[in-house]
Design a protein around this ligand. Structure first.
Ligand code: GSH
Length: 202
């Protein structure tokens, strides 16, 4: 059985729709976002980013439980688990992943920004503060993830490549260096910059 921690949000719906389409057995665990449940110690222990969706698959790889956040990663996991909605053929699979990434990154970032900036009373400065706070929170999550390992998921992977260039933008560096120290991220940035292939890709 899969437990799906969710709320009435677009990213939660992606996972719920995926669970339904894949015919996987699951239970909804509604998270009270308005009441701040996502910031409770119990929830942060599951997802340090303090966000939904999240799944706990009691029957994960090797029969061990698997806890997973990020709607894109969850959908990919569910597709692979069920053998549905992600073709095996390389060309088709790459095309499906291309459009999945478009939805998860380009579109979602754009609509999240629009939502945050269009709430009543928000003007530009408040909008900027909201986005900087959010970025600081994400950086704290990444910094904690890098504890005890050289790269994001232990060994160097595409996850490092998907994060690294974003953190080099001057307005991101400004946030990175403006408040608390993100030492692990700073060290990881140096390790990434030292990789010849990464340097060649700049
Ligand atoms: N990139 C993440 C985004 C997760 C996210 O930001 N979830 C929002 C709802 S759509 C949330 O839980 N917000 C609560 C908060 O930030 O306090 C994903 O795709 O799962």
């Amino acid at each position: 059985m899969i437990e799906c921690y969710c709320a009435a949000t677009t990213n939660s719906r992606k996972v719920l729709m995926m669970l339904e389409e894949c015919g996987l057995a699951y239970q909804r665990r509604l998270v009270d976002l308005a009441g701040g449940e996502q910031r409770s110690a119990a929830y942060l222990a599951l997802n340090p980013a303090g966000a939904v969706p999240l799944i706990i698959d009691a029957d994960g790889p090797g029969g061990e439980p698997m806890t997973l956040a990020q709607s894109f990663a969850i959908c990919l996991y569910l597709a692979e688990k069920s053998g549905r909605l992600l073709p095996g053929e390389t060309r088709l699979r790459a095309e499906v992943l291309q459009w999945s990434a478009f939805g998860a990154s380009d579109l979602a970032a754009c609509t999240t920004g629009l939502y945050l900036l269009s709430r009543p009373g928000d003007e530009q400065q408040r909008g900027l503060a909201i986005m900087r706070d959010r970025l600081t929170r994400y950086l704290a999550v990444l910094d904690a993830q890098l504890a005890g390992s050289d790269f994001v998921t232990g060994d160097f992977s595409m996850a490092d490549i998907l994060i690294y260039p974003t953190l080099l933008a001057p307005f991101v560096v400004e946030v990175l260096r403006s408040g608390r120290a993100f030492n692990r991220i700073e060290n990881w940035l140096k390790r990434m910059a030292e990789r010849p292939a990464i340097a060649r890709g700049m």
